[in-house]
Design a binder for this molecule. Sequence first.
Ligand SMILES: Cc1cc2nc3c(=O)[nH]c(=O)nc-3n(C[C@H](O)[C@H](O)[C@H](O)COP(=O)(O)O)c2cc1C
Length: 190
Amino acid sequence: MSVIEQIIPQVKVCVVYHSPYGHTAKVAQYITQGAEQAGAEVHLISVAAPQWDLLDQADVIVIGCPTYMGSLTAALKQFMEDSSKRWLARAWQGKLAAGFTNGGGLSGDKLAVLQQINLFAMQHGMVWAGLPFMPTGRSALDINRMSSFLGLMTQSDNASVEITPPEGDLETARKFGKYLAELRLTHLPV
Ligand SMILES: Cc1cc2nc3c(=O)[nH]c(=O)nc-3n(C[C@H](O)[C@H](O)[C@H](O)COP(=O)(O)O)c2cc1C
């Protein structure tokens, strides 16, 4: 361990996601990138293969999935239910939590997904962090173009992950990851 690491402990971040077609996974990657820029140790975890030991050790858990029928995807809900032993043991109490969702619509009822992830975090006794960035506008290059504050909303068209979600959404995701790692360090010292 370096002297700097001894002075400033490394925040451990887990980004848990479900993403059948890769768009939400791309958002998760940008959140990861941002947290890494803040010096965090970050693990990207698919709900298809949850790494429970890493989640138990995390300081920050960021959870996301596509919006399906104005709700969570079944796979993310399954992950939530599979965490119930940890809920009973209060194993994740005090960790910082945040949420994100990607949808095809501009609204698409994405808020309902963030609310469900928020409630899940509250059930676990985690500490919720919203998204604090003021929208810079509503174009594809803008930050927080959907004016979401409970968590991160991104939007993808029915096209390849190479071109959608747009740059502004991905940059918002990167900034969110950086913010969460820094927030954990400054407000809930590890
Ligand atoms: C069954 C189904 C339901 C969907 N419902 C919604 C919805 O309610 N709102 C919305 O904005 N997009 C909806 N979509 C679009 C998905 O959110 C979008 O395709 C997804 O975010 C792509 O993410 P992925 O590439 O990570 O799978 C739906 C897609 C499917 C397949």
